[in-house]
Design a protein around this ligand. Structure first.
Ligand code: ADP
Length: 260
């Protein structure tokens, strides 16, 4: 614990006493450190594709100028790298928007089943390409909840997209909307049958830019911000977000949302 101590005389004439204020600045230091780490991470994430782009532009202007096959190959890589930067900027904007609204709990009446079905529909082509079957259970008894529909859509898109990316190809992904109970929270699980995640990583997955395997995430076009965004959105809804998994046994991402 770090204290900032401020000593002030009681008055300018009376020297018999002083006010002494102790202020715990540990948390402020921690916030400052987190902010510095975040800026360093963003810079690093942007510098990697920028360096690649600068290199390819040089090559295109020089050696590859008269080689159409090489030019096409380099342009394809440049397209991928700009796509990566674009996704990173989009995710950063989403994150800051959700953070700015975190104190305001959403109140619009939203049909959870419709949101989940839209998320699944948007990702159907990606699932088909990965030969993955997407199933939704419990949609017929799903309640309405107070929510921000766009943000909830993003939660389930991020979770389903991850399940496709990191779940094994050719397997099943289940989004289970649990039947209504007297519990004040509605439970939704996104379950994949992929490689799963080792215990030691579980706590840290919702940290910004935390990845189990950086190369694998980058190869799959990941920004490392998806689960951080999910956590912030669920927090804004005063819900809970938990992850359970065992290496080799798939993963289950649980969203709990207040029903009223
Ligand atoms: P990314 O853009 O890297 O996918 P996320 O924040 O969405 O970032 O996820 C953080 C990390 O969590 C991923 O890099 C991956 O290592 C791990 N992860 C996320 N979802 C799954 C999953 N369904 N199965 C296994 N690992 C996962």
């Amino acid at each position: 614990v770090t204290y900032l101590v401020t000593v002030t005389p009681v008055s300018s004439t009376d020297r018999s006493g002083a006010l002494c204020a102790f202020q715990d600045i540990t948390e402020q230091e921690l916030i400052g450190q987190l902010r510095r780490d975040f800026v360093a991470n963003v810079s690093h994430e942007l510098r990697t594709p920028l360096t690649a782009l600068a290199g390819f532009i040089e090559t295109l202007k020089g050696a590859a100028r008269d080689d159409p096959a090489a030019r096409d190959r380099f342009l394809t890589i440049m397209e991928r790298e700009t796509g990566r930067m674009n996704r990173l900027v989009q995710d950063l904007l989403s994150l800051s928007r959700v953070e700015a609204e975190e104190r305001r709990r959403p109140t619009t009446d939203v049909d959870v089943a419709v949101v989940i079905q839209s998320a699944a529909a948007a990702l159907r082509p990606v699932a088909d390409a990965a030969n993955v079957t997407l199933e939704i259970t419990g949609a017929d008894t799903a309640p309405h909840v107070p929510a921000d529909a766009d943000q909830l859509l993003q939660v389930f898109q991020n979770l389903i997209e991850n399940a496709i990316k990191y779940g094994a190809s050719g397997r099943l992904i289940t989004v289970r909307i649990h039947p209504p109970t007297s519990d004040p929270l509605l439970r939704i699980d996104v379950i994949d049958r992929g490689d799963g995640i080792e215990e030691q990583h579980l706590q840290r997955l919702t940290e910004r830019f935390y990845r189990v395997d950086t190369h694998r995430s980058r190869d799959k076009g990941g920004t490392g911000l998806g689960l951080a965004i999910v956590k912030h959105i669920v927090n804004r809804h005063r819900g809970e977000f938990t992850i359970s998994s065992q290496r080799g046994k798939g993963a289950c991402f649980t969203v709990l949302l207040p029903k009223t």
